[in-house]
Ligand binder design. Structure first.
Ligand SMILES: [Zn+2]
Length: 124
């Protein structure tokens, strides 16, 4: 693409049709949360298939321990979405999943359990 086309596309309003808030975790925040929670930063190699993706995904989730971590994750996503002109989001299942994850972390004395989330039949 040309620079003019890049600028045009960057300025277009966009819709986020589906996301899992945990999937928005970027390396810099992952490292910050690991430091804050006294956890060794997880090693997350590039993925090449579903199995290697899930290994990295669940390793990354270890840094999400407290409600504050989820707050910071959500705010980082909102800032990025705003910078990319995302004007519409479908996030009801994300809110439910985030509340469930926070509840799990509160129930566990060690914080985030690292278990895979239970799949809800009505969400994707
Ligand atoms: Zn999904």
């Amino acid at each position: 693409m040309t620079q003019a086309m890049d600028a045009f596309v960057a300025g277009l309003p966009k819709a986020e049709l589906h996301l899992h808030i945990e999937g928005t975790l970027e390396r810099s925040l992952r490292e910050e949360l690991a430091r804050r929670n006294g956890i060794a930063p997880p090693q997350v190699p590039p993925f090449h298939d579903l199995t290697s993706f899930l290994v990295g995904y669940y390793a990354s989730m270890q840094v999400l321990v407290t409600e504050h971590d989820f707050y910071d994750l959500a705010m980082a996503y909102f800032r990025k979405a705003r910078s990319q002109h995302v004007v519409q989001r479908r996030s009801s299942s994300t809110r439910r999943r985030t509340r469930a994850a926070v509840s799990r972390s509160r129930r566990s004395s060690r914080g985030w359990t690292g278990r895979a989330p239970t799949r809800q039949p009505s969400s994707g």
